[in-house]
Ligand binder design. Sequence first.
Ligand SMILES: C[S@@+](CC[C@H](N)C(=O)[O-])C[C@H]1O[C@@H](n2cnc3c(N)ncnc32)[C@H](O)[C@@H]1O
Length: 236
Amino acid sequence: MTDPGDNDFLSLRLKAVHDMAVEGIGDLNERRIVDVGSDHGHLPIFALINDGFACAVLTDIHEEPAKRSEQTLRMYGLNDRAAVFCTDGLDGVELDHGDIVVMAGLGGNNMIDIMSRVIARGNADKLKSIIWCLQPQKSSDKLRLFLSEKGFDITDENICEDRGKYYLIIRARFDGIKRDLSLEQRYYGPVILERVRRKEPQVSEYKRRLDKRFELSAQSHEDIRMMLEQRSDTDD
Ligand SMILES: C[S@@+](CC[C@H](N)C(=O)[O-])C[C@H]1O[C@@H](n2cnc3c(N)ncnc32)[C@H](O)[C@@H]1O
């Protein structure tokens, strides 16, 4: 295995998720990185070694990856700075003030279920201090709708290209303010649309690919058909 200090320890996708999760946050040594659906545990291991996080929490719904992560943490001498839970999402895991929670490679609906159960615990003050970095494999429109209706601000969105595939990354924070997203913002992303307006090349190419996909699915999806009819031309 490569060294967690090496640049290629994380895939381009996971490195981009990591970078968005920690960007602009100064006091990482007082925070925990919480990786939900951690699998191999590479992202929190990288973060513990390179960012100086006080500690990490790793969860996985399956026993095998949870055990594998424990072994890898031991191998790097990090087991006393990390706790691994075999659980669904964050069930049974208490979040702390200022936690940075990452969910990468999970479906948007799965993320919604996991976050809904966290919200149901209450404690809005603690929730406001937590940063969520989400890389949904699918259903990003449903995830954005959920975030906006539940009072989360989508503070950043970006695209990462890894081995020819585009991955969406969303950073969000609960502030209790419910927002109405337009259909276009739901399907493309409010920050993604801003980046397209600024003519960022990679994001513009991502949007062109989404345009094609939406045009193909418009016949069978009323929302998408309406969205295409209403949309402003952001990439002209
Ligand atoms: C595709 S892997 C992604 C691993 C890693 N986060 C990454 O992005 O490379 C998804 C992992 O999430 C776990 N998983 C799926 N649903 C989960 C849930 N509800 N709670 C915890 N772990 C989950 C799976 O067992 C698997 O290990």
